[in-house]
Ligand binder design. Structure first.
Ligand code: SF4
Length: 259
């Protein structure tokens, strides 16, 4: 059977020398980068984009595209890209990082970028663990999930439950900042959200943020079917969609009125 060419199409901004991909077979990160590439092609912004990448598996994107990429370390992608954008304000600055880097080591920088409305697009890949170092527990690890550092399952009493990054940033970001959560299970929605986030930076000069639920078959020790079953479980805990309305509560509403 002849398969349609578009099924195997790759973005024009891709660096062909990056093939074969350094990601493990079945990794969700290559799906994310491929669709980010399609959005960059569609918006015709290849010559304006600079990408920041972090330590961890996200660094394997270091030669993925034919445009400038800055390698940073340990959750520092956000402040590096914020500083870069301050110095080169006509550029389109995108920071890609994993959930460990973004929500543990680099959370302070991420919160303040959202709070200051720095005009960057931050993308966090959530696969519920630290992947490159062997699948250790991260803030995003689900309650009872088994990882190499929680062999009996994540104990919520000791380590907290799920970690809600977009919901947290919504509390401090400006009401018109673009905040969303997508999943590799729905590439059409993923592209739409990536496109809206980048447009928010370009057209409104706003901070924009996307968390993308992704799969890590290597550390999850799952086959293709099991990987997507676990992703479905993640989507029940981490809802996908756009958080268009500000949920920032007025500070006085947070306090019980004592009479
Ligand atoms: S360890 Fe997991 S996240 Fe890293 S490249 Fe392999 S599948 Fe992807």
């Amino acid at each position: 059977m002849k398969l349609p060419d578009e099924k195997f199409a790759m973005p024009k901004c891709l660096n062909p020398a990056s093939k074969p991909s350094l990601f493990c077979p079945g990794c969700g990160q290559s799906i994310i980068l491929k669709h980010l590439g399609f959005v960059i092609d569609e918006m015709d912004i290849k010559d304006k984009v600079t990408l920041g990448i972090d330590i961890g598996c996200s660094l394997l994107a270091w030669d993925y595209y034919n445009f400038d990429i800055i390698q940073t370390h340990h959750g520092r992608t956000t402040p590096v890209i914020v500083g870069y954008k301050m110095a080169r304000d006509k550029r389109i600055a995108i920071a890609v990082m994993g959930d460990g880097g973004a929500y543990a080591i680099g959370l302070q920088s991420l919160i303040h970028a959202a709070f200051r409305n720095n005009p960057i697009t931050a993308i966090v890949i959530n696969n519920t663990e630290y992947s490159m170092t062997g699948g250790q527990m991260a803030p995003t690890t689900l309650p009872k999930e088994i990882t190499t550092s929680s062999p009996a399952g994540k104990d919520e009493k000791l380590f907290g439950g799920a970690f809600y990054g977009p919901e947290l940033l919504r509390q401090v970001a400006r009401s018109d900042a673009y905040i969303a959560r997508a999943s590799v299970s729905n590439p059409t929605m993923l592209e739409r959200i990536l496109s809206r986030a980048i447009k928010s930076q370009v057209e409104k000069n706003n901070f924009s943020f996307i968390e993308i639920l992704s799969i890590c078959p290597t550390n999850w020790k799952t086959n293709a079917r099991e990987s997507f079953e676990f992703l479905t479980k993640m989507e029940k805990i981490y809802p996908i969609g756009e958080m268009t309305k500000s949920s920032r509560a007025k500070s006085r509403d947070l306090w019980e009125q004592k009479k």
